[in-house]
Design a binder for this molecule. Structure first.
Ligand code: XMP
Length: 522
């Protein structure tokens, strides 16, 4: 394990990400972590960047034990200053902020470059983002690299295996950065590059078995999305029938979704799944409600109510099952980006937030939380899903919002509108798959306008539905651009929707970026 201590830089999670890409196991903890009571012995420690000045009164500092563990340390940016500060307060408040690309000159000593820069060219492009810089070399250290603005862009205490760099090797703007990270983790720390999805899965299955015990039972919700499906499959492998998956059909799912999820999870993956058809209950409650936030609330709250009822029923049945204990655990498919919030260092005075979970369900139901995917990024979950034999189209599926089609029907939801939208959406996605562009698009869906549009069918003027189509490309869903379809694809889609979905008068393709638009319509 390489331990990453977070000083609050916006890039810290990229360090763990890069290590993971090198198949090296890493854990990230806040910089204030007491190191004497760690449950594992790290092979090396990386001190991240951070927004502070080491001289600031409330500046965070690493547990001095770090320097006594005898393991190699790499300080990045603030981490470098922290090392220098620990070794005699050699840091100067920078007069000039340095931000952006810089050329790094790698130094040689007796014809050799530092082990940290092994196989790097003598001059290489790096990314800088700092205010303070070193004023003087701490005792026992030497310069291993410089840049035009930073005479101490890289320092090393080779005997103690302590290294510091002013630039950020973890960002893609530092093209050879991954090699620096590998030189440190593998070359200097001796970390093994054996961390694979399979190893991760085995470790997680073993951990769950130990946690839940011989008799413990687990409950969890599935949606048909990749995260909850992978989590459910993992749990099934760990505890088999003592895992009870629940899917709530809220009446605003995609066409035939509940049926397909049941088929894939039960028959395909062997998961013990109950589908609760609560569509009438949801659709009745949604009647006449046009405020999107109200719609979201109704769907969220009703989901919780139904899940609780179902959990109670399962718990009661479970009590009657011989050789099984009570339902005590709640499975949640939380991913790493959701937990970064709660494990990042947020500054000395701020309390660390715990991340949100499904409407506080586990707490309310007095269940203990299991989150087997909490260390993974989305693409890693997908890789694991593929390895577990989950069908490719499910693994690569576009995200679907919890409130479902309710926030894609502008204004009040009716059963008729749900029917029209489900059909239009199905055709849209079918044609996207046929054109072979599904994987080029991050999210595609149809939506329905609240107003009617004028059209003509046969000889009759028709006041029909107005269907919007949206397909976007994005990496983080925070910003997005509209997808440019190959010629002919949209025309075909529009013609099929017009011909096959009764009551549609017009179909529009929306090309606004986010911002100013959002991905969803409400
Ligand atoms: P927006 O519309 O905010 O969407 O640009 C960004 C991403 O979030 C999804 N989204 C939601 N997901 N409940 C969800 O579970 C919601 O209320 C919700 N609203 C938006 C959206 O599908 C997109 O992937």
């Amino acid at each position: 394990t390489i331990l990453v201590l977070d000083f609050g830089s916006q890039y810290t999670h990229l360090i763990t990400r890069r290590l993971r890409e090198l198949n090296i196991y890493s854990e990230m903890l806040p910089c204030t972590q007491k190191l004497s009571d760690l449950e594992f012995k790290p092979k090396g420690i990386i001190l991240s960047g951070g927004p502070y000045s080491v001289y600031a009164e409330d500046a965070p500092h690493v547990d001095p034990v770090a320097f006594e563990l005898g393991v190699p340390i790499l300080g990045i940016c603030y981490g470098l200053q922290e090392i220098a500060w620990r070794h005699g307060k050699n840091v100067l408040a920078g007069e000039k902020r340095e931000f952006g690309h810089a050329g790094l000159d790698v130094h040689t000593e007796n014809g050799q470059v530092s082990r940290l820069f092994k196989d790097l060219p003598n001059n290489t492009d790096v990314w800088m983002s700092h205010g303070d810089k070193l004023s003087r070399m701490p005792d026992g250290f030497r310069t291993i690299a410089t840049s035009a603005n930073s005479p101490y862009a890289g320092i090393a205490h080779e005997e103690k295996h302590i290294y510091g760099i002013q630039f950020h090797p973890e960002v893609t703007h530092t093209p050879r950065g991954v090699e620096v990270i590998r030189n440190f983790a593998v070359g200097i720390c001796g970390a093994k590059q054996g961390w694979t999805m399979e190893a991760f899965k085995d470790k997680e299955v073993a951990r769950i078995r130990k946690l839940v015990g011989e008799k413990g039972q687990v409950i969890g919700a599935v949606s048909g999305g990749v995260d909850s499906t992978v989590a459910a499959k993992l749990m099934q492998e760990a505890v088999g029938g003592r895992f009870h998956a629940v899917m709530v059909d809220n009446g605003v799912l995609r066409k035939d979704e509940a049926k397909q999820v049941k088929e894939t999870l039960t028959r395909g993956l062997g998961v013990n799944l109950t589908v609760v058809d609560a569509s009438d209950r949801f659709l009745d409650l949604l009647e006449g409600v046009s405020d999107p936030e109200k719609k979201r609330k109704i769907i969220g709250n009703t989901f919780i109510e139904i899940f609780e009822e179902e959990a109670k029923r399962i718990a009661k049945e479970a009590e009657l099952t011989p050789h099984a204990g009570p339902v005590e655990w709640f499975l949640q498919g939380t991913l790493y980006p959701d937990v970064i919030e709660s494990i990042s260092f947020k500054g000395p005075s701020q309390t660390i937030k715990t991340h949100h979970n499904v409407g506080g369900l586990p707490e309310k139901m007095k269940l203990k939380l299991i989150e087997p995917l909490r260390e993974l990024f989305k693409d890693e979950v997908r890789a694991m899903g593929r390895e577990m034999g989950i069908p490719a189209d499910l693994v690569g599926r576009h995200p679907f919002p919890g409130p479902g089609l309710a926030i894609r029907i502008l204004g009040a939801v009716t059963r008729e509108k749900v029917r029209v939208l489900q059909q239009a959406d199905l055709i849209f996605i079918e044609e996207i798959r046929k054109a072979g562009v599904y994987n080029d698009i991050s999210q595609a869906f149809a939506a329905l306008s609240g107003d009617r549009a004028v059209g003509v069918v046969g000889d009759q003027r028709l006041h029909g539905y107005l269907v919007f189509l949206r397909a976007v490309q994005t990496t983080d869903f925070m910003t997005a651009t509209a997808y440019e379809f190959p010629p002919g694809v949209l025309t075909k889609i529009v013609s099929r929707i017009g011909n096959e979905v009764e009551g549609v008068a017009r179909v529009l393709y929306e090309v606004t970026s986010k911002p100013p638009s959002t991905i969803e319509f409400e």
